[in-house]
Design a protein around this ligand. Sequence first.
Ligand code: 5AD
Ligand code: SF4
Length: 455
Amino acid sequence: MIETGAQPQGGKKVFVKTYGCQMNVYDSQRMTDALAADGYSATERMEEADLVLLNTCHIREKAAEKVYSELGRIREVKREREQAGGEMMIGIAGCVAQAEGREIIRRAPVVDLVIGPQTYHRLPQALRKVRAGEKVVETDYAVEDKFEHLPQPRRAEIARRGVTAFLSVQEGCDKFCTFCVVPYTRGSEVSRPVAQIVAEAERLAAAGVREITLLGQNVNAWHGEGPDGAEWGLGRLLFRLAEIPGVARLRYTTSHPRDMDDQLIAAHRDLAALMPYLHLPVQSGSDRILKAMNRRHKAADYFALIERIRSARPDIAMSGDFIVGFPGETDADFEATLDLVRAVRYAQAFSFKYSPRPGTPGAEMKGHLPEAVKDERLQRLQALLAEHQHDFTQSRAGMRFDVLIEKPGRRPGQKAGRSPWLQPVIVDETAGEIGDIVPVRIARVENSTLFGETA
Ligand code: 5AD
Ligand code: SF4
């Protein structure tokens, strides 16, 4: 990995707007790091930016549309800046960039640069071409390792980002669920090597990070060769990362049910630093629909897996993703999803109406459902999920557990942290410093926020 150490020169500013998942949040940070080496500092104000970057998401329809409407707004800001004698370059990064490529510049000529998720380490070179008057489209999959070419963030920058951090360990997906665009936009599954991940985690910890969330489109498919020469899975990697001084909490997301192996389940049983929270999307509770989605597991397999995980770690909070209205979904299929939800009782969940993605097999299937049917199903599912989520939150009242203090609270006199189950917890500011892990008793629950007093 490249060390920069250099201070930003020239006072150029970049405004980055991030859409979509945590992976994009991480990518935006790494793009910011790459640009810091090129003299850019980040700004929260688009009006003062020399470069505006939209890091986009393509998972569902509205995301791409939002980008195009945002570009309309940016065009106005750019015009005002140019009238005042300034300049503004506009770049589109992320999955919409990868999927649409040059089409973006055709539809929105104000865009100077389109750069995919596999090539953003080339951002400084691409910007040089833009400055020379070229419109640049960089969406080929790079043969070189992006992470080897990306500068590491400065220590002060890591500290500014807070005591929790994302660390991408795996990218891409080989599962080809028939609704999903990820295997096309992010490419096939790649795991980062152990040494690279450990070095990045050590650097985060040295700058004060206490909690690391490992990221990957299919994070539990991560595998690599350990220093012992043995093949490691994610469970083994988590044990290694927990040895790093300062690292107190570990999480990972997103996982596929097929890749939950015994080693990882054992980590949930034996590794205190691994937080009792698991995002394990199932998408549907109907075997017929799971098959059409190419999920390669049945509802009963999923449920049995959760039983195994829960017997290893009884207090684990389950989280999931659901799609309603996949082509051909009948009332009975949808009822099967509700049944599965009732059986699992998720602490948190994300649910979506099926959105046909061009180029995916689902988009070509027969039996697309009317919007009204999808709307009605989504409402019913969300009402049920909200009920369970509410029950889970309420069940923390009176409990004692450790809270990682993350930031000042919204109100004076308060600090905000998180429970082991990822819930926001408000404590008195005297409870501890940011980065401390303090024992707390939950005195009351208001809406979805827990209020803790020092135990
Ligand atoms: N339509 C609706 N939801 C989708 N997801 C992925 N692709 C689609 C689609 N075409 C959802 C899945 C996935 C989450 C990240 O987004 O539930 O787990
Ligand atoms: Fe998409 Fe399925 Fe891969 Fe998840 S596992 S990224 S839903 S193809």
